[in-house]
Design a protein around this ligand. Structure first.
Ligand code: URA
Length: 284
């Protein structure tokens, strides 16, 4: 029992707070009250439904919680990447790219997600923030950074006079992610999932033409800069990304706000990064 408690504590400390599997499962499609759990002896805790001669045998019916697999299986990663590149290249506006991403079925995370989460804020704003992947709240609401980390991100932006709200007195920000569908249990996206979404992220940058980009955490930093050191070493050091008109765009990796919620002492470094963003914005 003590070991089990310690294991649960360790899961919670690692951010694993929901019981999900490695493969996507549509938890929103679970029956009211959840599935009946078999007792060790094979009996259900709640009584089974009364038999009906008209109904098909339960054994023959597909499980209602299972995400229906594509009969051809998931698309091979290289095919999905090639398709993403082609679709992304054909989009000539952010709105068209948004539609194209929603219609894309090549990412294996999509069937298990409730929503495709693409961007929030002001399209083509001077600051573009690229986060990791939608979490539970983002998946539910269909917008990036709407949970606790998003609230902190908004406060951080406000501290340097920026916001994602159009038409307020602050400078404009657009927020997107490196991954558009929630990974099960908020696990780290795989290299294949990152590679499949990357052509869309690159096109989003080109069509946004921001003055500067902030990358929150390891996932977007490694997506754009393969082989970059971990975020603790990457943060605070400006990098370049090829801009749409050939001029290099300044890019700053920063700590992810979810990390700052767990490690508030690191806010000192995050503040230094925000000040660096504010002064760079004046210069570009
Ligand atoms: N964390 C992210 O990186 N992106 C989100 O959209 C939410 C949390």
């Amino acid at each position: 029992m003590t070991n089990m408690r310690a294991l649960l504590d360790w899961y919670a400390a690692s951010g694993i707070t929901t019981a999900e599997e490695a493969a996507p499962t549509d938890l929103y499609d679970w029956p009211e009250g959840g599935h009946r759990m078999p007792k060790p002896g094979g009996k259900y805790r709640s009584p089974p439904p009364p038999p009906s001669s008209a109904a098909p045998s339960p054994a023959a019916a597909p499980p209602s919680s299972a995400v229906m697999a594509d009969p051809d299986g998931p698309m091979p990663t290289d095919e999905a990447v090639a398709l993403a590149k082609q679709i992304a290249a054909n989009a000539t506006t952010i709105e068209a790219l948004d539609d194209a991403i929603r219609g894309f079925d090549g990412c294996p995370l999509k069937p298990g997600a409730r929503n495709t989460v693409i961007y929030d804020g002001v399209p083509r704003a001077p600051i573009l923030i690229i986060g990791e992947a939608p979490g539970r709240d983002e998946d539910r609401l269909g917008k990036p950074f709407v949970g606790r980390a998003g609230i902190l991100l908004d406060k951080m932006l406000a501290a340097i006079g920026q916001s994602r709200v159009a038409g307020d007195d602050f400078g404009d920000v657009c927020i997107t992610n490196a991954i558009y569908w929630r990974p099960p249990g908020n696990r780290t996206p795989t290299k294949a999932e990152i590679a499949i979404c990357l052509p869309f992220v690159e096109r989003f940058i080109a069509l946004s033409a921001p003055k500067l980009i902030m990358l929150t955490g390891n996932v977007p930093t490694h997506a754009l800069y393969n082989g970059a050191p971990g975020i603790t070493r990457s943060r605070g050091a400006w990098r370049d990304w090829p801009g749409p008109d050939g001029t290099p765009l300044p890019v700053l990796p920063v700590f992810h706000p979810a990390f700052l919620l767990r490690q508030p002492a690191q806010k000192r470094l995050a503040w230094a990064d925000l000040r660096s963003v504010a002064s760079r914005l004046q210069a570009v």
